[in-house]
Design a protein around this ligand. Structure first.
Ligand SMILES: [Zn+2]
Length: 163
């Protein structure tokens, strides 16, 4: 994706108040690997349940404030799949991630949820630049196809939030 400025990111948020967008702690934009990202995603460094993502949707930047489910108790040893990059993670590496919907639906309290990599690094997993430590599914998809899937799946989620 194209490198973004802090102002562009703050102006892109669609499902939170201006105050929340202003207060959002941004990642260090000078070290973001823009060329390898399909979307910018990060968690709140203060350790709250907040996370953020910014993606292009229909030619516009869309920023979402997200809430992540806290890490489980660690008792469940089953691996889980991210719905965007289809990376298998340990129990805590994927979490239910929820966004308030925009518009009237959001005012009613409607949300959209998705199981997403807790570190929101789907782009890097799809490119083989990051590993979850859990053996991969036997997939025959090329890297290009996996990257395309990340973009498509994320766009489906963004569309649900905007619906
Ligand atoms: Zn993922």
């Amino acid at each position: 994706m194209q490198p973004l400025t802090a102002d562009q990111i703050r102006a892109s948020f669609v499902n939170c108040s201006q105050g929340e967008a202003k207060r959002a702690a941004l990642p260090d934009l000078t070290v973001v690997p823009w060329a390898d990202l399909d979307f910018l995603g990060w968690t709140d460094p203060s350790g709250s349940s907040r996370a953020y993502l910014v993606a292009e949707h229909d030619g516009e930047l869309v920023g979402l404030l997200l809430r992540q489910n806290p890490a489980g108790t660690g008792q469940a040893r089953r691996s889980k799949l991210c719905e965007v990059c289809v990376t298998a993670h340990t129990d805590t590496g994927v979490c239910l991630t929820v966004a308030a919907k925009t518009g009237a639906a959001g005012k009613r309290g409607d949300t959209a949820g998705i199981h997403l990599c807790r570190d929101l690094a789907c782009s890097l997993y799809a490119r083989g630049q990051k590993s979850s430590g859990v053996p991969k599914l036997r997939e025959t998809l090329s890297t290009d196809a996996m990257v395309e899937r990340v973009r498509t799946q994320l766009d489906v989620f963004v569309r649900r939030v905007l619906a």
